[in-house]
Design a protein around this ligand. Sequence first.
Ligand SMILES: [Cu+2]
Length: 267
Amino acid sequence: MTDWLGLPTLASTHGGQIDSMIGWVHVFMLVLFVGWGGFFVYCLIRFRQSRHPVANYTGVKSHASAYSEIGVALVEAVLLFGFAIPLWAARVDRMPSEKEALVVQVTGEQFAWNVHYPGADGVFGRRDLALIDTQSNPLGLDRSDPAAKDDVTTLNQLYLPVNKPIIVRLRSKDVIHSFGVPEFRVKQDAIPGLTIPIWFIPNVTTAEMRTRTGNPEFQYEIACAQLCGLGHYRMRGFVTVQTAEEFQKWMDEKVVEQAESESDPFK
Ligand SMILES: [Cu+2]
């Protein structure tokens, strides 16, 4: 229904509501544009100089323009109370419970996205500023913490299972970044000192999206949507949406891979 907007292919459960809101805003703005444009042209002709060589100090008596102002305010109130606030309540305030969701921490830094999964225990391992190494341990994860044993970290690669609520806890190490994935209709600033949770349910796998878009190389991309420095343009992350089984397989492999690199003294 909102194809005419030319938005990127939708790939999340609730994105449709956002699209319909964007659609309605466009419709109302079109009506306003045509209405005010028409009124402007009407005034140019109706009050043209040849018919009114001398200014009239009484002016127009009709209340038509006041009524149209009230009409515009009403439409805007409908947009705000009928669409925007309920949508905010449903999409932002109503977080799914962490039990039914996959919780993942995404930390922005100049100029990359650090992804941190808590692993099978569901507990994020301890992080320590002193352990931060920009190359080998950008998050300062303390591997000696038992909760960190099964934690999985990646750089610029966010793997997600399809049709499951995802809670992303957004953080930043330095400046304000913004986590934007247009296909999920998700965009949120990552602000230093804050952990901001966002959630969505991706409902189209990357494989399915490749068939739908006819692009065999299609990738969901996390675009940093805040100008965050000179390297802003290369701050790209990728999201791979897989079936639950594929995702579990990837996660298990990652856990093994990471355990091996931890135990290898020559890594
Ligand atoms: Cu950035």
